[in-house]
Design a protein. Structure first.
Length: 458
């Protein structure tokens, strides 16, 4: 016979290597609190069906509270044979309250137990991530507001394209992160349903009150099919996808700033707090924080694809493969918690160089404005695009900028050009022209700031 929870039908011993291979306690101990809350609720539900007397229920609930205290104070001792968090807690409960501990698992399986624990844990962790995400968006919005007058080159294909506000650039990421936050709220909402009471797979034989359990544990509903209850890990996949998507935004943000912090751009420098030096080259200040953020994104995509591979071929209900859901989830949540906070730190402490940004604007970036000038005089855009292109070439041929072409030069290109063509060569004016909703003008950037701050503070 074996001392194992499930040892009754076994006569042979497990290979010690198999014991280690099978054990999840080293990582699923993270679930200790969720596991205890789930068990306390379950004890109450058993008492409602008279499987436990009130005294027995109280003894279990209080004993579990003591186990929780041990975890919190760091005095819980994991013993040999504690296969996972569920067996560890039950073993310790038995030591504290005696044989009544053996009644707790009535009608319950580790299959519905672990599914419940993981949802509870994921729900609480996701709420914390949501707070970090809001802080990050708040930091971006705050900077955008303060530095609204700073202008810089906007790029497509990493080629100078049109002048934009620095704040407009900041807010492109704020909007991505806001979408991430909405996605995460929706995921929290979807995962917040109760599997407990599904039993091993077929359901609970003691008419356990699952609505009561859901209420006790803060779930908004009850999973309606017991097979689905023990089987479903879509929420894990969703959180891993969410993590990947959010890391894409963080990684692209990092890539922009890594470029902008080179001497070649010189638009920003990172605070010392988020940079490191070189052991060889004394002059170096490297943007390691940003490189780590970009690098860690790869790790998160790996967790997503790894888990999807594990999940894809499983027959219905519980299979031990599902134990492989935890490490990718834990690792991704940790990575995201760290990354979101570091990103906020980098963003709110970096120094910007508005003069350098301005020096990198060039008159050719106003070629579109030249075309639009003629549009306003009634010339069809397709023609004006061509004419403006000719102006670019003419300036290039003369080794000068379009701002130095004469009115006569322009008149040669099209008769509609007048004196006021000289007013085009003004970066601020170009920016202020883009004042349709969503554009880079001061007013429309301010509108974004108002909308995002309202959202952050609601
Ligand atoms: N440690 C297991 C897991 O993470 C708990 C469930 C075990 N259930 C079982 N029937 N072996 O999935």
């Amino acid at each position: 016979t074996s001392a194992k929870l499930w040892g009754g039908r076994f006569s042979g011993k497990t290979d010690p290597l198999m014991d280690k291979f099978n054990a999840s306690i080293n990582f699923d101990k993270k679930l200790y609190e969720a596991d205890i809350l789930g068990s306390q609720a379950y004890a109450k539900a058993l008492a409602r069906r008279n499987i436990l007397t009130t005294e027995e229920k109280d003894s279990l609930v209080n004993g579990l509270e003591d186990v929780l205290k041990e975890w919190r104070e760091g005095t819980f001792i994991i013993k040999e044979g504690d296969e996972d968090i569920h067996t560890a807690n039950e073993r310790r409960l038995g030591e504290l309250v005696g044989s009544v501990a053996g009644k707790l698992h009535t009608g319950r399986s580790r299959n519905d137990q672990v599914a419940t624990d993981l949802r509870l844990w994921a729900r609480e962790e996701a709420k914390k991530l949501l707070v970090y995400l809001k802080q990050l968006i708040g930091a971006a919005v705050e900077r955008a507001e303060k530095e609204i007058d700073v202008i810089m080159p906007g790029y497509t294909h990493l080629q100078r394209a049109q002048p934009i506000r620095w704040s407009h650039w900041l807010l492109t990421y704020a909007w991505s992160w806001q979408a991430d936050a909405e996605r995460l709220s929706q995921i929290i909402d979807r995962l917040n349903v109760l599997p407990l009471g599904s039993g091993a797979l077929a359901g609970n034989p003691f008419n356990i009150d699952r609505e009561f359990l859901a209420k006790e544990l803060g779930f908004k509903g009850v999973i309606q099919n017991s097979l689905y209850g023990v089987s479903d890990r879509d929420f894990v996949a969703e959180i891993l996808f969410w993590s990947s998507m959010t890391m894409i935004h963080i990684s692209r943000f990092s890539e922009d700033l890594i470029l902008y912090s080179t001497s070649e751009f010189g638009f920003v420098t990172l605070a010392d707090a988020y940079s490191t030096g070189s052991s060889l080259m004394p002059q170096k200040k490297n943007p390691d924080s940003l490189e780590l953020l970009r690098g860690k994104s790869g790790r998160v995509y790996g967790q997503l694809s790894g888990f999807l591979m594990t999940y894809k071929g499983l027959p219905s209900t519980y299979n031990k493969d599902l134990q492989e859901d935890k490490e990718p989830l834990f690792d991704s949540v940790d990575t995201l918690a760290g990354s979101l906070q570091i990103t906020a730190g980098v963003l709110s402490t970096l120094t910007i160089y508005p003069e350098r940004m301005r020096q990198n604007l060039s008159i050719d970036m106003l070629a579109t404005d030249l075309a639009e000038y003629l549009v306003r005089k009634g010339v069809p855009f397709r023609e004006t695009h061509h004419i403006a292109g000719e102006a670019v070439r003419l300036a290039e041929d003369r080794n000068t900028t379009m701002a130095n072409l004469t009115l006569e030069d322009f008149k040669q290109l099209h008769i509609a050009f007048e004196d006021d063509v000289s007013l085009i060569w003004d970066y601020e004016k170009s920016i202020e022209n883009r004042c349709s909703l969503g554009g880079t003008s001061k007013q429309t950037v301010k509108e974004q700031i108002v909308k995002l701050s309202k959202w952050v503070n609601e």
